[in-house]
Design a protein around this ligand. Structure first.
Ligand code: NAD
Length: 358
């Protein structure tokens, strides 16, 4: 088949580190950055993405171009396509799978619940099915989400805290992913690491996220809506800069132990881990707006509204002690510095694409 041939020729990932990584969701925001970082240090990288239209597909194509320039090839396909996954695993010996493909976004789940079940549950199971039968089994590193903490009203979320009150279907599917990971680890000895990302932002970011469309709307003079909780004031998020998340992902990959395989009695305890990756410094969305006003030198038109029940939670704050200890994770970028980098990218990307289309 086409993908098989492509992989056999120029796209075959070359590694100088002994790591060969399948990155799912490689044309996505986090996937692009992680793929570039892996490639830069010499890991073999092959991407997989279905280029769905959840948000502007031209942004995904632009990321793909950057990746191709760096020598990372993306196979176009769905993680639910078992035949395709099998072909990829037959053609390439993956040591690791960095699984970042998912239906993201909490609010969209009310419009298209099926896409969450398809990508985050069925797709994840499909990927684990193919991975558990591969010889040797790859270690799996995958993106869960801070949203699993849901309506937990504790102020600082630790990995052992309760995750049984999801506020959205998105959160419920990520939580389901964590439990599915447990079963594949238990039965098949797959080594699986889940990473609970906290509101990731930065260059090449996702247009459906607040910091991104606030930037766009503030520049256009459009009124933005800031949500408030009745007792806690502005909704707050533990915004985490993309480069910090990438370091956490690489730390997780480098400390992942090889699976012990499904070899009956010889099977040892395979690794099953879960980590928060946040900035551990929550910022109210009202402050996010002031920082954007300062960087853009534009006063925002804003209205304040009570937080509706649309899947969003009021507050997120990561305890990152475990990731610091086990992964050498150490976030280094504060929100203002990170937003400056985002805005610089945003302005150059969108002025560039305007020039092209006129
Ligand atoms: P993204 O939407 O930019 O990237 C996901 C990519 O996966 C997209 O390019 C999409 O086309 C692809 N994809 C989706 N379904 C697929 C399928 N069935 N088959 C193949 N490809 C598919 O999102 P992101 O922000 O880069 O998020 C990456 C991961 O991190 C996701 O699992 C997301 O749920 C998780 N996460 C992100 C954040 C954040 O703040 N960005 C926070 C918590 C968790």
């Amino acid at each position: 088949s086409l993908s098989h041939k492509l992989i056999r020729k120029s796209a075959r990932p070359r590694s100088t580190t002994g790591h060969t990584v399948l990155v799912t969701g490689a044309a996505g925001f986090v996937g692009t950055h992680v793929s570039l970082a892996l490639k830069r240090r010499g890991d073999g990288v092959l991407g997989l993405d279905n280029f769905n239209h959840y948000y502007d597909p031209t942004l995904k194509r632009a990321r793909q171009k950057i990746l191709e320039k760096a020598g990372v090839f993306i196979v176009e396909g769905d993680i639910n396509d078992k035949g395709l996954l099998q072909q990829l695993f037959d053609a390439v010996l993956f040591t690791h799978v960095m699984h970042l493909a998912a239906q993201a976004g909490v609010r969209y789940a009310m419009q298209n619940p099926g896409s969450y079940v398809h990508s985050n549950i069925a797709g994840f199971v499909n990927l684990l099915e193919v991975s558990k039968s591969a010889n040797p089994q790859p270690a799996i590193i995958w993106a869960s989400s801070s949203s699993v903490y849901g309506l937990n009203s504790k102020v600082l979320f630790s990995e052992k805290d309760r995750t049984d009150q999801p506020a959205s279907l998105y959160a419920a599917t990520k939580k389901a992913g964590e439990e599915i990971a447990h079963t594949y680890n238990h039965i098949y000895g797959l080594s699986i690491t889940g990473l609970r990302f906290f509101t990731v932002y930065g260059p090449w970011g996702r247009p459906d996220m607040t910091y991104f469309f606030f930037t766009k709307d503030i520049m256009k003079g459009k009124t933005i809506t800031v949500y408030e909780s009745p007792d806690k004031g502005s909704v707050a998020r533990d915004f985490t800069y993309i480069d910090d998340i990438v370091k956490g992902c690489l730390g997780a990959l480098d400390t992942a132990k090889k699976s012990t395989g499904s070899g009956g009695k010889k099977r040892g305890p395979a690794q099953l881990r879960i980590f928060n990756l946040g900035n551990t410094s929550p910022v109210p969305v009202s402050t996010l707006v002031s920082i954007l006003e300062k960087i853009l030198k534009v006063k925002a038109k804003k209205k304040v509204m009570p937080l509706p029940r649309n899947g969003d939670v009021e507050f997120t704050h990561a305890n990152i002690t475990l990731a610091m200890t086990e992964l050498g994770y150490k976030p280094a970028t504060d929100l203002e510095a990170g937003l400056k980098k985002f805005v610089r990218w945003y302005l150059s990307f969108y002025s560039g694409s305007k020039k092209k289309s006129s």
